[in-house]
Write a protein that binds this ligand. Sequence first.
Ligand code: SF4
Ligand code: SF4
Length: 214
Amino acid sequence: MTHWAMVIDLRQCIGCGTCAVACSQANNIKKNYWRKVIEFAGPQPPQRERFFLTISCMHCQNPPCRDVCPTTATYQRSDGIVTIDFEKCIGCSYCIMACPYHAREIFKGEVDFEESSDATTQKHFGQDELKDYTGVCTKCTFCLPRVEKGISKGLIPGKDKEATPMCVVSCSCGALHFGNLDDPESIVVKLLKENQHMRLSEELETEPSVYYII
Ligand code: SF4
Ligand code: SF4
């Protein structure tokens, strides 16, 4: 079985924001941010003066966004990734209200002053087709098109860069890791075994697939 997951080592993050920019570039979402880096305002962990939290969709195994979607546009794959069928999404925003992690946004389009008036018809979200997705709901997909293309070439997501989410590839501090939770040899399993970790808002029982080493 496969359960794609992310492990974020907060001890390594310096808050540079490269992962957020890489996400925005890779998915061609210049005016949306699926990944954000927040400076944590609460008490700092021991030995640290500043503390940054990089967040995006948690790919919950019990996702409230899916449960409220009236068109079944939001769905969960057998590999754990929660994604959106953009053809079915009517932009009602129910899922935005239901997500406790503020991970979703309506796609605002990409009209640029230098570009023609039909500039919204572009390739977005790592997909190959030219399309205007303005008005649909969007969020981090764990770079699903990239992961799938990599797998089709026999590559291993989390190990081979070409098959790994761009935020993970872009982080020069080694804070972000991706892999299969069901594979005992994967980097994510090894990191979770060796380090103290937590998930955000576990009391909500959403079962996030994103883990933080603290
Ligand atoms: Fe932190 Fe790495 Fe993102 Fe920079 S790129 S903010 S170090 S996770
Ligand atoms: Fe859905 Fe939000 Fe969980 Fe992502 S973080 S799966 S958008 S509830």
